[in-house]
Design a protein around this ligand. Structure first.
Ligand code: SER
Length: 491
């Protein structure tokens, strides 16, 4: 196994599949096109959903890409561990009604063991419990011994509604010293011993997002391999913050903050948060996401503000993220030339958001910290909902941030009281408007909705799908109990 840079791995992968008849496409935008079930592109296959279902004819039946994507479901863990991050690049090869298991399984083995030189005896395979066909190919065609193949019931892949199916994952054994030592430890265990590197999805069903699956007309392949993870293995480092393309971003942060990585665990957390979040935000802004208070604009704003706060924890008082953004662009310019074209815009957007937040953060943080000290001294662990609301209402201090700071101190916000305060404020605003509609506008059907309806954005806790109860319907501009075909409905 020979050292390879992130850029070399990306090129090798794409070339391997181009040599096998695949059309190489550039990464799609992080903003999903015509897919209301997704907030941000969170998988290599996401831009291709219509090709899998047959709704749109693909430009080729074999495609390969390196797709950038952002996943924020685990955002609280980013920084705390060395393996969580929100920004990824996914190497993938796709078949739309073309090849299936008997081609893709041997190719994946060939790429890992021959092209990259990974030791075959360290690779473990998981398959869906009922997938005898995959077992047969792995065992009898590729030659993987039976004790390296594990059947798991949750080997199934889907994102939002749309194409999905059973999958087979390739894991690498990083050695017992990285493991939990439990007798049950194996691929799929939560510990760090077996690292999943590649997921081969046998996309053969369509999901309506409500638990109903129908077979797709054609069988397809969707594979995804995290570039940063693979780079860790090829570069012999144990975490993605140390791979070549990421390391330079981290170095830049350390240089600006005057700190050294791996000297102080608390500072390391902040260095990792900033390193990860600045990557996500540069790519999001490059694709046209703007900081806002809801939807994907809020995901961006939350990432930027979280990064800004961790900059403060590192002792940086001035806006600095925009400078790190320059390094992110430089490190990625060969694979993503569009970042260079949009450099000025990206840097300026980050700077404006940083400056705006700087005014909020200092006043808010001082307040949070003094309340925290008082609570600690009194041996209390619950921050009052009224205080959290005042911080939000008076200083614009995001409640997510208040919660995070408290959590770090082993405390929590009284969320119920916070929600009550929010509601009371809404009611006051409504009263103040008298008979008028929202913000003094003409009365609309929305003013007829019950006052206790609350909007709760769930996009940062779940990837794309959330169970919800419909509480009101507006049909043809009137609050209604139901709807007929052809009605225009707001849920
Ligand atoms: N869709 C699968 C994943 O994201 C394989 O590409 O893991």
């Amino acid at each position: 196994m020979k050292y390879m840079t992130g850029n070399e791995i990306r090129e090798k992968f794409l070339k391997f599949f181009q040599d096998r008849g695949h059309l190489m496409l550039p990464s799609a935008s992080l903003i999903p096109q015509d897919d209301p079930t997704l907030l941000i592109i969170g998988a290599g296959m996401a831009p291709f959903k219509p090709f899998f279902t047959g709704k749109v004819k693909p430009p080729a039946t074999r495609i390969t890409t390196c797709q950038k994507f952002v996943r924020t479901g685990d955002i609280e863990n980013v920084g705390r561990t060395a393996r969580h991050h929100t920004y990824f690049e996914m190497l993938g090869n796709f078949s739309f009604g073309d090849y299936f298991k008997k081609e893709v399984i041997p190719w994946s083995w060939e790429f890992l063991t021959k092209e990259l030189g990974l030791p075959g005896d360290k690779l473990y395979i998981t398959i869906h419990t009922e997938d005898d066909e995959a077992f047969d190919i792995w065992h009898n065609v590729v030659g993987v011994p039976e004790d390296h193949i594990v059947r798991l019931a949750d080997n199934w892949w889907e994102i939002g509604s749309g194409p999905c199916g059973p999958d087979s994952e390739i894991h690498i054994d990083l050695g017992p010293e990285r493991g939990c030592g439990k007798p049950t430890c194996g691929p799929g265990c939560d510990c760090d011993r077996f690292l999943e590197i590649w997921n081969l999805v046998f996309t053969q069903f369509n999901s309506d997002g409500e638990g109903h699956y129908t077979p797709l007309e054609h069988k397809n392949i969707d594979t995804g391999m995290g570039l940063e993870r693979l780079a860790c293995i090829m570069q012999g480092v144990d975490n993605l913050f140390e791979v070549d393309t990421v390391q330079n971003i981290m170095k830049k942060i350390c240089e600006i903050a005057g700190v050294t990585y791996k000297q102080d665990e608390k500072k390391d957390v902040s260095i990792r948060v900033v390193t990860d979040h600045i990557r996500s935000t540069v790519f999001m802004i490059g694709d046209g996401v703007v900081p806002q208070n809801e939807g994907r604009g809020y995901v961006l704003r939350r990432l930027l503000r979280r990064a800004a706060r961790h900059g403060r924890l590192l002792g940086v008082r001035e806006p600095f993220l925009y400078k790190v953004a320059e390094t992110v662009i430089h490190e990625n310019e060969s694979a993503y030339p569009e970042l260079v074209q949009r450099r000025d815009y990206i840097v300026k957007t980050i700077r404006v958001e940083e400056e705006r937040f700087a005014r909020t953060i200092d006043a808010g943080l001082d307040q949070v910290n003094s309340i925290l000290e008082k609570l600690s001294a009194e041996g209390k662990t619950v921050f009052s909902g009224e205080d959290a609301f005042r911080l939000y209402d008076t200083y614009g201090f995001p409640v997510d941030l208040t919660k995070e700071i408290l959590e770090e101190a082993g405390m929590r916000v009284d969320e119920e009281a916070f929600a009550k305060e929010m509601q009371a404020q809404k009611d006051r605003a409504r009263k103040a408007r008298g008979g008028e509609g929202y913000m003094g506008a003409a009365v609309t059907v929305y003013d007829e909705l019950p006052t206790d309806l609350e909007t709760k954005f769930a996009g940062y806790d779940v990837d794309t799908v959330v169970d919800a109860k419909i509480v009101a319907l507006v049909t043809n501009d009137a609050v209604a109990d139901g709807a007929q075909a052809e009605d225009s409905v707001v849920v």
